[in-house]
Design a protein. Sequence first.
Length: 278
Amino acid sequence: MGVTVSGYAALLKNKLKVHLDSSRKNLKLKFQNRSPLFAGWTSLGHPQVTEMLARSNVDFVGIDMEHSTISQEQVQSIISACHSTGVCCLPRIATHNQEAIKRVLDSGADGIIVPTVDTPEQVEKLIEWMKYPPLGKRGYGIARAQGYGHDFEKYITQWNESSSLIIQIESISAVENIEQLLRFDEVDGAMIGPYDISGSLGIPGQIEHEQVRNAGQLVVEACKKFGKACGTQDVDPTSARVKVALDSGYTFVVLASDVFILWKWGEKMQKIVSDCRS
């Protein structure tokens, strides 16, 4: 007797669910092993954009909720679109807020990226809000992440050991505290924000300045010492530039973003229009 359409659909759904559970854990292991990883980045609130990014052979897609107008409703749709391709999704939350973290995690995120982490006390709070007991105090709920109840036990049992926490180092005080920030086992890696670091040093925008480069190198070395992943973003990536980043000690690279791609496309179009009008 052949498999029915509904039976085949259920089989595919189950296979995707198993793949996503495995992908989440594998992503965390790759962070922990300091394996080379590559990410897409979306600041636009449309699931189709995320699907296109996820199909670019990346290891995960970051959702920028800090510098965008992406809503909670939109982020769940974006996560769903990303998961439909079998790729993990890590939202960058907008604030250090328990409710914000709880809602993106219940929407199905595989972990979070947290901006402007400066102190170990902030890290302690993030772990408390992100992880289930006994590691943290995340509340138990039934939402998309838990399969609307169908995967509840499996999800809450596996979450603490499979979810990823990436902190962003974006000030000179965070750089000075870097070893204290990385001493937590629950922190899987750090991502450097050179523009914000330059601002905190009083030289805004000068990301090639020696002070900014030295600050970044301190973070790279600390990540290596503590066995943590270390990330950066290349807004206009080439194979050569990305290889330089990896050779410099970075272990994951965010490859531009949907907004940067459109920005560069817009510059090209401006030149074409200008040339053809002259």
